[in-house]
Design a protein around this ligand. Structure first.
Ligand code: NAD
Length: 477
């Protein structure tokens, strides 16, 4: 078993360990046992972090884009070099198979390489009037940013909180999840080791609501960026509004998957079944409601069950494991109650449905079918390894069901019909749409949702401009 790193706060370039601070236990979800203590930032620590963020912002925004780019590229290199170690720590604290965890860290490096290039691509524009007047439009860094992220991608969620602000010229204080701190600390430490000043990129931990109230209560912070549930997102958006801070909200979803009669069913099955059980279903863009046209329904349903039953569940550190435990006790408890509710309301349980063993937080890959619309799981994100496969017929009914919920993060469709693809692309209410595609994430493409799934984007050029404010200068000759 790999060693798990010591955990610390990173404030002003200083590594602050557990000595003299209250701690929070970090658990291994494969055993349920504590593997490390995480120091909580005191109120004085947070004040120091805010003061640093102010000075750090002044330095970083004045640092030449070439230099910022070089530092971020160096950090990306360090992240690549350390991917195996950071990946192993992620598996210990979060549960996902180590191959998946290492892949997550490599993806962070790719994302950072893109963001590094964006340091030099923050273009403005100039309007030249016939009388010699010039109007210059600039994108300036918004100011110090506070980032709060969820536990499902311990490194990637933090990378997304840091990359845009640093490329735009902002300083950032990040609070990775207290349940999975090592992945995010690995990313922040790589930044510091590559030469990002200690007052420009900092990491704190504590009681989430206390930390966010403290940081967002300060006029120093000019933007908040959050990855997590819609309930917490609404709360943080209200706190941001008190001081007119800019906000980016990456919140929950309830991914519909429309499988039409003309779909390449085998390809759809291979792609979407492995997507469903990736990270034990704890992915905000996870496919959840499979709406399958009647002619292909039985084939799709049976093929999905076959693939669910072939998923090898086990400790993510072991070879050949496809799916690890869920990240915390809340995971299996939450889906157990949703499965029971769906069965009570008439849903068919086709496979799975139970916790595995009495150690750790394992749950069987599960498939429910013919789930009525009033079942909780049809309305609330399961955030676990449960697929809902319902028969439907006709474009209009499928689209109506896809758009029924207040969420709009990722949506998927499988069809060969180009006209239908074009129509669906416009009519589906989602921030990201996969058509005959299972992945909706790429470093150079914006990632984010609509409606209750949030607003603003991370990644792509939009992820950087989201960390800027516009200034227009009208200048006479
Ligand atoms: P949650 O919102 O309770 O917690 C998510 C994270 O936010 C945790 O790390 C927690 O420490 C932090 N947090 C909680 N309250 C906070 C507060 N007041 N201030 C600052 N930080 C706070 O959600 P959860 O149930 O633990 O996580 C799963 C949810 O997150 C799902 O709904 C999922 O869709 C969503 N999520 C969304 C994305 C995305 O990119 N859209 C990515 C991952 C997870």
């Amino acid at each position: 078993m790999s060693t798990y790193p010591d955990l610390n706060l990173l404030i002003g370039g200083e590594t602050i360990g557990t000595s003299g601070r209250e701690t929070i236990d970090v658990l291994d979800p494969a055993t349920g046992e504590a593997i490390a203590g995480l120091p909580k930032a005191s109120s004085a620590d947070l004040d120091a972090a805010l003061e640093n963020a102010k000075t750090g912002f002044a330095t970083w925004r004045a640092t030449n884009a070439d230099k910022r780019e070089a530092i971020l590229r160096k950090a990306a290199g360090l992240i690549r070099e350390r991917a195996k170690d950071i990946g192993a720590a992620i598996t210990r604290e979060q549960g996902k198979p180590v191959k998946e965890a290492t892949g997550e860290v490599i993806y962070c490096a790719m994302l950072l390489e893109f963001y590094a290039g964006e340091c030099k691509r923050l273009y403005g524009r100039t309007l030249v009037r016939p009388d010699g007047q010039r109007v210059e439009v600039r994108h300036e860094p918004v100011g110090p940013v506070a980032g709060f992220s969820a536990w499902n991608f311990p490194a990637l969620n933090v990378m997304r909180k840091i990359g845009g602000p640093l490329a735009a010229g902002c300083s950032v204080i990040v609070k990775p999840s207290e349940e999975t701190p090592a992945g995010g600390l690995g990313i922040v430490q790589a930044m510091l080791d590559a030469g990002v000043p200690g007052d420009v990129c900092q990491a704190v931990f504590g009681v989430p609501d206390d930390i966010s109230r403290h940081l967002l209560g300060s006029p120093v912070i000019r933007k908040v960026t959050f990855t997590g549930s819609t309930a917490v997102g609404k709360h943080l958006a209200k706190l941001a509004a008190e001081d007119m801070k800019v906000a980016t909200m990456e919140l929950g979803g309830h991914g519909p998957v429309l499988v039409f009669n003309d779909a390449d069913v085998e390809k759809a099955l291979d792609t979407m079944a492995s997507n469903k059980f990736r990270n034990a279903g704890q992915v905000c863009v996870s496919p959840t409601r499979f709406l399958v046209e009647e002619d292909v329904f039985e084939r799709f349903r049976d093929g999905f069950v076959e693939r669910a039953e072939a998923v090898k569940v086990g400790n993510g550190m072991d070879d050949g494991v496809d799916m690890g435990p869920m990240a915390s006790e809340r995971g299996p408890d939450g889906i157990q109650s949703k499965i029971a509710d769906a069965k009570d309301k008439g849903a068919k349980l086709l496979t799975g449905g139970e916790r595995i063993g009495n150690q750790g937080f394992f749950h069987q890959p599960t498939v429910l079918s013919e789930v009525p619309t009033d079942a909780e799981i049809m309305n609330e994100e399961p955030f676990g390894p449960v697929a809902i496969i319902n028969p439907m017929s006709g474009y209009d009914a499928m689209l109506e069901e896809a758009n029924r919920l207040p969420y709009g993060l990722a949506a998927y469709a499988w069809t060969q019909d180009t006209k239908r693809r074009a129509k669906l692309s416009s009519e589906i209410e989602a921030g990201m749409v996969g058509i005959n595609a299972g992945s909706v994430s790429a470093a150079d493409a914006p990632f984010g949702g609509v409606k209750w799934s949030g607003y603003g984007s991370e990644d792509g050029a939009e992820g950087v401009t989201a960390c800027t404010v516009t200034k227009t200068i009208h200048e006479n000759a």
